[in-house]
Design a protein around this ligand. Structure first.
Ligand code: G3H
Length: 477
């Protein structure tokens, strides 16, 4: 019999008063694997009111006391890693080993967040630093919590991208309302069960699973929410930024990360980085390499080597740790297939792939992709890689920057001066030289420009964005 999971509201695991549940589908088992509660707007109101009360007490605890809860949370996550990884695998179709790595990475992230918060400090300013100022005026600058943080996580890292919001929010002294992705809710529930085991003060964090149409906009527009940290699609991010007013917002959205391969690239490095960057978890990463801009002098070699590697990829079930797994749902697979069909209709060259079984899309490499094709610009979130041939670094930069997105980019060249010169002209939050695009290590700043986001994540910056300056001025006699 399938489990019906409870919502975590005001420190209690309970059924929603709606009496309704949402069925959670597994992308590869292709069946319902459990049910989660469809939380109501009244329950959201009540959770937020309680969160505000709990936050006041929480902020009074010392940093080390708050840190102790989180350290215990990290330990509990590791203890339940097998169970949580199984949920991640079944619910979002991530390979079991990668799901386990996600849990361990999350425990590391939580522990680092505690240490970072313990080591952050304010400053004092002297009044006489400004003309007409006076030594008797001393400004003390500390960090203060914002109140209740709304953390909205995506399906692709249901544990890690939730904790990377929850942990800094709590360390900064905030309460949290956590809204997992629908596919990702069971994983989210299990990670909060681990947090609940630490004896976290009741009401400090509530987990609201539910229908976007009922509680999505309601949460986002709620007067009791003081900050939102969202990871997900660009269209939702844009919508969210219009719904909110006068509260800080951090958005990590989509990408179309290019790999710029110059004619002097180390091909071994370029091939292995592009393969891993583009195809791990079937390309369902915001930071996946989503287009290759290759100098025409080395394009034939690159394409032929990528073809060889793609044909070696394992395709199948996350239970066997296949690299290529069924996409999150049928709609996503239809979308990816539509992009492939459009490119082929416009005369892209199919090098390998374009095979499909239900929502399992085989890894696909398209060469001679041109700017009139949707795949040149649109993010597939699937295992399809377009190759655009260019004549020069300048042309590669121009096409890289024509994208609406600007998350990351990779540059492959053995000439570090040349690579750096290109890197500085590419519009992206992060440029990787001779490596794949990726968010980690998790203490690096992580940000997208243009349609890829707003604000900065990474452990240090997340703590900053979930707190504010509190300035106290001493006016001495
Ligand atoms: O999907 C978006 C994630 O932030 C990407 O993280 O680079 O570690 O896969 P990752």
């Amino acid at each position: 019999e399938l489990t019906t999971y409870m919502a975590y509201l005001e420190g209690e695991w309970k059924k929603s008063s709606s009496g309704e549940t949402i069925a959670i589908q597994s992308p590869y088992l292709r069946k319902t694997i459990g049910y989660v509660q469809a939380v109501t707007q009244d329950e959201v109101d009540s959770a937020i009111t309680t969160a505000h009360k709990a936050q006041k007490e929480w902020a009074k605890l010392s940093l080390s006391e708050r840190g102790a809860y989180l350290e215990n949370w990290a330990d509990e996550l590791v203890k339940s890693s097998e169970d949580i990884a199984t949920a991640v695998m079944q619910e979002v179709g991530k390979g079991f080993k990668d799901a386990q790595k996600e849990v361990v990475r999350t425990a590391d992230l939580i522990r680092y967040t505690v240490q970072e918060a313990l080591h952050m400090h304010g400053e004092s300013l002297k009044g006489d630093g400004f003309p007409g100022g006076d030594q008797k005026k001393i400004g003390i600058v500390e960090r203060a919590p914002l109140g209740v943080v709304l953390a909205i996580a995506p399906f692709n890292y249901p544990v890690n991208l939730a904790a990377s919001k929850i942990a800094p929010a709590l360390m900064a002294g905030n309460a949290v309302l956590f809204k997992p992705a629908t596919q990702g809710s069971i994983s989210g529930i299990k990670m909060i069960e681990a947090l609940d085991k630490t004896g976290l003060p009741k009401g400090l964090l509530s987990l609201t699973t539910g229908r976007g149409s009922v509680i999505g906009d309601y949460l986002v527009e709620h007067k009791g929410i003081n900050m939102i940290s969202f990871t997900g699609g660009s269209a939702t991010g844009r919508h969210l930024s219009k719904q909110t007013a006068m509260i800080p917002l951090v958005l990590e959205l989509g990408g179309k990360d290019p790999a710029l391969v110059s004619d002097d690239a180390d091909m071994d490095v370029a091939v292995s980085s592009i393969m891993n960057g583009a195809f791990s978890y079937s390309g369902q990463r915001c930071t996946a390499i989503k287009r290759v801009l290759v100098n025409e002098k080395v394009a034939d070699e690159l394409v032929s080597r990528l073809k060889t590697e793609i044909e070696k990829l394992t395709v199948g079930s996350p239970e066997n740790n296949s690299t290529i797994v069924p996409l999150i749902d049928d709609k996503s697979a239809d979308f990816v297939q539509g992009l492939i069909d459009d490119a082929l209709a416009k005369n892209a060259t199919l090098i390998t792939g374009n095979k499909r079984k239900e929502n399992l899309i085989y890894p696909t490499l398209l060469d001679h992709v041109t700017e009139d094709m949707d795949i040149a610009w649109i993010e597939p979130f699937g295992p399809v890689l377009p190759v655009i041939r260019v004549k020069s670094d300048e042309e590669a930069i121009e096409i890289a920057n024509k994208s609406e997105f600007g998350l990351q980019a990779s540059i492959f060249s053995q000439d570090i001066d040349r690579a750096l010169a290109v890197a500085r002209q590419v519009e992206a939050g992060t440029v990787q030289i001779n490596g794949r695009t990726e968010r980690g290590p998790d203490h690096f700043p992580f940000l997208g420009v243009k349609a890829s986001g707003m604000g900065v994540q990474g452990i240090h910056n997340s703590i900053l964005s979930m707190s504010r300056e509190r300035v106290t001025v001493l006016n001495l006699k």
